[in-house]
Design a protein around this ligand. Structure first.
Ligand code: HEM
Length: 196
């Protein structure tokens, strides 16, 4: 299901620029992370499992960010205080992203929005969508390191709907691959011209 009522969520809209990464380069990256049709199927399953748990997942992730001042920093204003409206608006888009990760075809529109998310973490576009004065960039090192909590914390949620341990493991593996793929795509604006 596509939600258009989320502020700043522009998936598939004409204002989203074309990704500088080609579909061919995407396919080669997918080969590199051992992506297969099985992963697509298990992510679909994960989407069904996670759909009614999105709020709980976000509570956990926001608890994690909120309890680490060096991470919460990127949501704070010039006075050093967290910007509640920024946290809230990003949270809604983050929730939609969980479902998009599981359900969307990884096609040109997906690739384009991947690039948009990349720019929104990078100084090119951070803070613009929500009109805030928070720090101008999420450092690349945290984007990469965040793969661990985003992957580790999803497993108990995948296991909550009575699937077999094998199914849970396959959903978890597919999730992990997708997060690595996405963070790889998000590193584009951080790399020097020609070095991605
Ligand atoms: C935005 C996911 C790492 C802080 C977002 C969005 C998603 C997301 C889905 C919203 C995209 C949209 O606008 O539609 C992730 C994932 C990460 C990651 C999967 C790593 C695996 C981090 C880290 C921080 C962070 C380490 C640092 C605290 C933010 C902020 C925004 C944002 C501040 C809002 C950016 C803006 O101004 O538009 N993230 N994120 N993210 N994320 Fe991350």
């Amino acid at each position: 299901t596509v939600s258009t009522s989320i502020p700043g969520y522009t998936y598939g809209q004409p204002e989203v620029a074309q990704s500088p990464i080609s579909l061919e380069a995407l396919a080669q990256l997918q080969e590199t992370i051992l992506w297969s049709e099985e992963d697509v199927r298990y992510l679909q399953m994960a989407g069904e499992v996670l759909a009614d748990q999105v709020d709980e997942i976000l509570d956990l992730w926001y608890g994690f960010v909120g309890s680490h001042p060096h991470l919460l920093h990127y949501f704070t204003g010039p006075d050093g205080q967290p910007i509640a409206s920024y946290l809230e608006r990003v949270r809604a888009r983050f929730g939609q992203w969980i479902l998009d990760t599981c359900r969307r075809p990884y096609d040109q529109a997906w690739l384009n929005y991947q690039h948009e998310i990349a720019l929104r973490h990078h100084r090119t576009k951070k803070n613009q969508v929500d009109g805030v004065e928070a720090p101008p960039i999420i450092p690349l090192r945290y984007l990469i390191a965040f793969i661990v909590p985003i992957t580790a914390t999803i497993e108990p949620f995948l296991a909550k709907k009575g699937h077999s341990p094998e199914e849970v493991a396959k959903m978890h593996q597919a999730w992990f691959k997708s997060i690595v793929l996405q963070v790889t795509l998000w590193s584009y604006p951080y790399a020097r011209e020609g070095d991605f």
